[in-house]
Design a protein. Structure first.
Length: 155
């Protein structure tokens, strides 16, 4: 039997915003079938090949307490089933390099919607209100943030 946070996450995956992103090729589950060990789920997010070697990045999310507690995600090597080596993290313009910053924390993204990055960065709340995690958000907010970061050249 699924925990309340896992059940709510599953419901969010069935809703139109998540499904639209899947149908547009912006993100998806890896593997597509439910084979996760809650609270960890691996998802991929499409990105420009200038920033990602194969046009996407896999992220291993930690979702305990979801959605009351913000997710956290680590770039993931799906072949080796371990964190992605820092030299293989997406790289690119200023925004990509700020978010995908293994020198800050190799276990999380430096993002206003990531639970680990939010700590000590309360100034981000008024700076980035669209992205600062709120309990009424769904996983789509985090996926949109990463997709936006990896899809446009911000230089």
């Amino acid at each position: 039997m699924a925990s309340p946070d896992e059940s709510l996450f599953q419901l969010h995956l069935e809703q139109a915003p998540f499904q639209l992103g899947v149908s547009l090729g912006r993100w998806g589950l890896h593997p597509p079938e439910k084979e996760w060990a809650w609270p960890h789920v691996i998802m991929w997010v499409a990105g420009d090949k200038r920033f990602t070697a194969d046009g996407k990045v896999h992220l291993r999310f930690t979702l305990d307490g979801y959605p009351q507690q913000a997710p956290t995600a680590c770039p993931w090597d799906i072949t080796e089933n371990r964190p992605l080596a820092p030299e293989r993290w997406p790289k690119g313009d200023v925004n990509v390099s700020r978010v995908f910053k293994p020198s800050w924390n190799p276990a999380a993204l430096y993002a206003p919607c990531d639970r680990l990055a939010m700590v000590g960065h309360e100034t981000w709340r008024p700076q980035f209100p669209r992205w600062w995690w709120q309990p009424d958000f769904t996983i789509v907010r985090y996926l949109e943030f990463v997709h936006d970061c990896l899809s446009y050249d911000h230089e």
